[in-house]
Write a protein that binds this ligand. Structure first.
Ligand code: AMP
Length: 549
């Protein structure tokens, strides 16, 4: 595709080096999957509560969907906004889209018009794929509404919808000839450059609307492969994934990494009561646990879920010793992972000492990853042990957000290192030069892995006529790690929580971003230099929460 300057490329000599070193392949992600599927045909590729698919079945089902999508007029390079949860049909939809040469835009099922509208216009989406959900929010009706006044959008696709529902059902589209389907997929894939965009992910983002991350076929598959290698995975590995699958960690660590080694994905929902029986029944060997799920160690099915477990990787926040020890005492290897949609992953290694696995997020997963710890706002490195901003570059870290030259000039260093906004220190523990996460510069709330931009919520809060100032900060939460608390200044009577919720709902902001506590104050505190003093608010809410006020 010609992205006409909207895609920041990797320098061509760097690409040559990654390819010559065997890091980047020459195939598209869909072709990589097909090659593994041929080799592992009778073995289970994915197992979920609602059923399972062998590699051969997955390969066939996704070929047929690709032909259906292609016959429906979707052409290679077309962007599809995706709102699907962790169900078997989401996996078929994912590879089906890739096989048709389509570019999935990975938004969350929880996103609403405030997020979907601008993202879908920015990427010029032509289709919107949503899940049929018989109860709760009606995503199909939402997608139909989103088509209005959308210059490029022309098709609502549905997954799991009954006959007669609005939109075009992907299950009914897919009912076509398997041989013809394979032929069409091969023709489509042969024309795709492995260095072209495979999907768009969304950045956690600190700005008004999430930034769009373009991931490329070869580097994205390499990212997954190197994660699987770091975990010591092989064909016998059975990987459970419980956090959203259509998200970077889901696609990379759950789906692609598992399939890159021919293993089995055990797909669960984020609800432990539903997921853990499947995890136990499928004799799962590996799982990535986000901090929203650290409470798994107190779940009545925990013991059962650990029966065949070999390795558990914890991620998203500082790991409490109690959680670490609960896994360890069941004979499970426990490590940590740190990573982001923009690329760069670190992980504990098989050689990491217990102390390194407990207190650090490990080392980069690729020998070609590069990182620096910088004095914030500069390109000056700080010495090991000192805290600074992590900046990284390497064989699967983007060189720029999609169509964002203004943002890219400050989000990357002059030599292409991505400034993560995370505060880290390098510590040598047990002989390994490991990264320890110490905090963050970026103004966001990490709610069980979902990122909430403080600025985005503040701007919307201040659209209410009775709110004159707003500061959103993270308040500690035992289950989710953090939740949003809004400090507000009113012109008149303070609003009730439900008035604030109605206001944010009327602005179509995703619910997980709504503040869950309101603190009304006469004015927002300022530093001696007149800047908003969020640190003080942070300390205030932390003290209140920890003392139960
Ligand atoms: P995302 O792109 O949504 O995966 O979010 C990436 C961000 O999540 C990172 O830049 C960090 O701020 C945060 N994060 C990821 N892993 C960890 C971890 N192990 N510890 C602390 N923060 C983390």
């Amino acid at each position: 595709m010609d992205w006409a300057g909207r895609l920041a490329p990797y320098p061509s000599d760097t690409v040559r080096q990654y390819r010559a070193s065997g890091l980047w392949g020459t195939r598209t992600v869909a072709t990589e999957l097909h090659e593994v599927a041929v080799r592992r045909a009778p073995h289970p590729a994915v197992v979920a509560a609602e059923g399972s698919l062998s590699y051969a079945e997955l390969d066939k089902a996704t070929d047929r969907l690709a032909l259906g999508l292609s016959n429906a007029g979707l052409a290679p390079g077309d962007r599809v906004v995706v709102q699907l949860t962790n169900r078997l049909e989401s996996i078929v939809a994912w590879y089906g889209m890739l096989k048709a040469g389509l570019i999935p835009v990975c938004t969350l099922a929880a996103h609403r018009a405030h997020e979907i509208g601008p993202i879908s216009r920015k990427v010029g989406a032509v289709a919107h794929l949503v899940e049929w959900s018989p109860s709760g929010f009606d995503l199909v009706a939402f997608a139909v509404e989103q088509q209005v006044d959308h210059p490029t959008m022309r098709l609502v696709l549905t997954a799991g919808a009954p006959a007669g529902a609005p939109g075009t059902s992907i299950e009914r589209l897919a009912d076509t000839d398997p041989a013809l389907a394979r032929e069409r997929v091969e023709a489509i894939q042969a024309a795709i450059d492995p260095d072209d965009i495979v999907c768009f992910q969304l950045s956690g983002g600190t700005t008004g609307v999430p930034k769009v991350i373009p991931r490329l076929h070869a580097e994205y598959w390499y990212n997954a492969r190197s994660y699987a290698e770091a975990g010591g995975w092989d064909e016998s590995t059975r990987v459970a994934h419980l956090i959203p699958i259509i998200h970077n960690a889901g696609i990379t660590c759950g789906l692609h990494a598992t399939h890159s080694v021919g293993g089995t994905l055990v797909l669960g929902t984020p609800v432990l009561d539903q997921a853990l029986p499947v995890v136990a029944r499928e004799r799962t060997t590996d799982v990535l646990i986000g901090h929203g799920h650290f409470g798994i160690v107190d779940h009545p099915l925990f013991e059962e879920a650990m029966t065949a477990m070999k390795r558990v990787v914890l991620s998203g926040a500082k790991v409490p010793a109690r959680v670490f020890e609960a896994f360890e005492s069941r004979g499970v290897w426990v490590g940590q992972k740190f990573g982001m949609g923009e690329g760069f992953f670190t992980m504990s290694t098989a050689a990491s000492t217990r102390e390194a696995r407990l207190t650090t997020v490990g080392v980069p997963v690729s020998p070609y990853d590069e990182f620096r710890v910088l004095e914030p706002g500069t390109e000056t490195e700080v010495p090991d042990g000192a805290v600074g901003e992590l900046a990284c570059r390497g064989p699967y870290t983007i060189r720029g957000y999609f169509d964002a030259p203004g943002i890219n000039s400050s989000a990357f260093t002059s030599d292409g290192f991505y400034r993560t906004g995370d505060l880290v220190a390098v510590r040598t523990v047990g002989g390994e030069r490991s990264i320890s996460v110490e905090g963050r510069l970026k103004d966001l709330i990490n709610r069980g892995g979902e990122k909430v931009s403080a600025e985005e919520v503040e701007t919307l809060l201040m659209r209410h006529p009775r709110i004159v100032a707003a500061a959103v900060v993270a308040m500690p939460d035992e289950r989710l790690g953090e939740r949003a608390c809004a400090y507000l200044v009113t012109a008149g009577e303070p609003l009730t929580m439900s008035e604030v919720q109605n206001h944010l709902s009327s602005l179509s902001l995703a619910k997980f971003k709504w503040p869950e506590r309101l603190e009304w104050i006469p004015e927002l505190p300022r530093t001696p230099l007149g800047k908003l003093d969020k640190k003080l608010l942070q300390r205030d809410i932390t003290a209140k929460v920890t003392t139960g006020r």
